[in-house]
Design a protein around this ligand. Structure first.
Ligand code: TXA
Ligand code: MG
Length: 349
């Protein structure tokens, strides 16, 4: 089976393709689609068999729950119950958008979708292609990121084709995503709301709306002694084929350190990749040097991170050195993903 691909933009939806894709989902098939965060691999969230197909296509462990995507605020009540007031308030402020909330599930959501849990992850994405697809599919679409398990989340349709092109029915190609990192996950099943996965909506923003918000200690810990609450954050996630190390510190020192390390490795006969920014690009002479974007525009760093990691897998380098990206707003989310990819190898310059 080879997926058919329908290209469109949010401004010019291909209504016919969306209707056909909606039919595929209603019939239990799989459709990949863009959201503002990353591409999702959709199946009917209320159909246990469709959820099983998602796990199989991704090669994902079936105890790692899926996110249920909705496209109307009132549909939250159908999949979740005992919804606390502060969760409603957050939904009002941040939906549609890059926010996923963990709530108590209702009977209509099969355990196959929630990985056996009595809670459900719900998200109302802002992308208009995603919204139109969800509505045409009958309003509830389960979707993990549309990558094979263990690879970076896809930020373009080409990434989806690379990983899943012959395992799913259809791909809606809406071009490159806007944000490039997965949604912020907030758990509302305990007294104080807790961030289970950092994302574009950071702790400061959430605290403006909710008051005190905790961060799951499991996502900050280097050692797996403290288990993250979101099952997906426990798995050894994506690791590039090359050995990745992050170098942190003042810019000049970081550049100098990476240059030294790169030269040492090249002298040993290894090929080296370097992840830098537009500001430092010209300061590196040796190695396969890729700029992630301007440090002054952190959005571009987030948006290009997964794509660059995929490129290096294709380039077959032996080692990669990356500058650290502790940017003001999305720094926590960017560094969370980068540290995981590096297996927490961080050098202070
Ligand atoms: O931005 C996103 O969230 C993207 C787009 C497609 O919406 N989706 C995404 O899904 O990143 P996925 O499956 O790759 O990540 C979902 C995360 C996993 O870490 C999973 O363990 C966690 O959400 N999760 C889902 N349901 C949960 C639950 N009931 N309790 C705790 N964690 C849950
Ligand atoms: Mg994922």
């Amino acid at each position: 089976m080879k997926a058919w691909v329908a290209k469109m933009t949010e401004e010019h939806l291909d209504e016919d393709a969306i209707r056909r894709a909606g039919e595929i989902l209603k019939d239990g098939g799989l459709v990949a689609f863009p959201t503002e965060t990353v591409y999702g691999l959709g199946g009917n969230a209320l159909d246990a068999e469709a959820s099983r197909k998602i796990y199989a296509a991704k090669g994902r462990p079936s105890d790692n729950p899926l996110i249920v995507h909705i496209a109307r605020m009132e549909d939250l009540e159908i999949v979740a119950r005992n919804i606390p007031d502060n969760a409603r308030k957050l939904a009002q402020e941040c939906w549609p958008g890059p926010l996923t909330m963990i709530l108590e599930k209702t009977e209509v959501v099969p355990l196959a979708t929630t990985g056996g849990l009595n809670t459900v992850a719900v998200r109302f994405p802002r992308n208009r292609i995603a919204q139109a697809l969800i509505q045409s599919a009958g309003d509830f679409v389960a979707a993990p990121s549309a990558n094979t398990s263990g690879r970076p989340s896809p930020t373009t349709a080409a990434h989806v084709i690379e990983d899943l092109g012959d395992r799913i029915d259809c791909i809606l190609d809406g071009g490159m995503v806007e944000i490039g990192l997965e949604s912020t996950i907030v758990d509302f099943t305990e007294k104080t709301p807790m961030i289970l996965r950092p994302g574009y909506l950071n702790r400061e923003r959430l605290e403006q709306i909710l008051g005190t918000v905790k961060v799951d200690p499991g996502i900050l810990a280097e050692e797996p002694a403290v288990r993250p609450k979101a099952p997906g954050m426990r798995y050894k996630h994506y690791a590039p084929k090359a050995d990745l190390t992050i170098v942190e510190g003042p810019e000049e020192k970081v550049v100098q350190k990476i240059r030294e390390l790169a030269e040492e490795q090249i002298a040993r006969g290894l090929t080296v990749g370097i992840i830098c920014t537009d500001e430092t690009r010209r300061k590196y002479s040796a190695g396969d040097v890729k700029s992630i974007g301007a440090r002054s525009e952190e959005a571009s760093i987030a948006r290009h991170l997964y794509g660059i990691l995929r490129e290096f897998d294709g380039d077959h380098v032996d080692v990669i050195y990356s500058e650290a990206f502790d940017t003001p707003k999305m720094g926590q989310a960017i560094m969370n993903r980068l540290l995981k990819a590096a297996g927490h190898k961080l050098i202070e310059a």
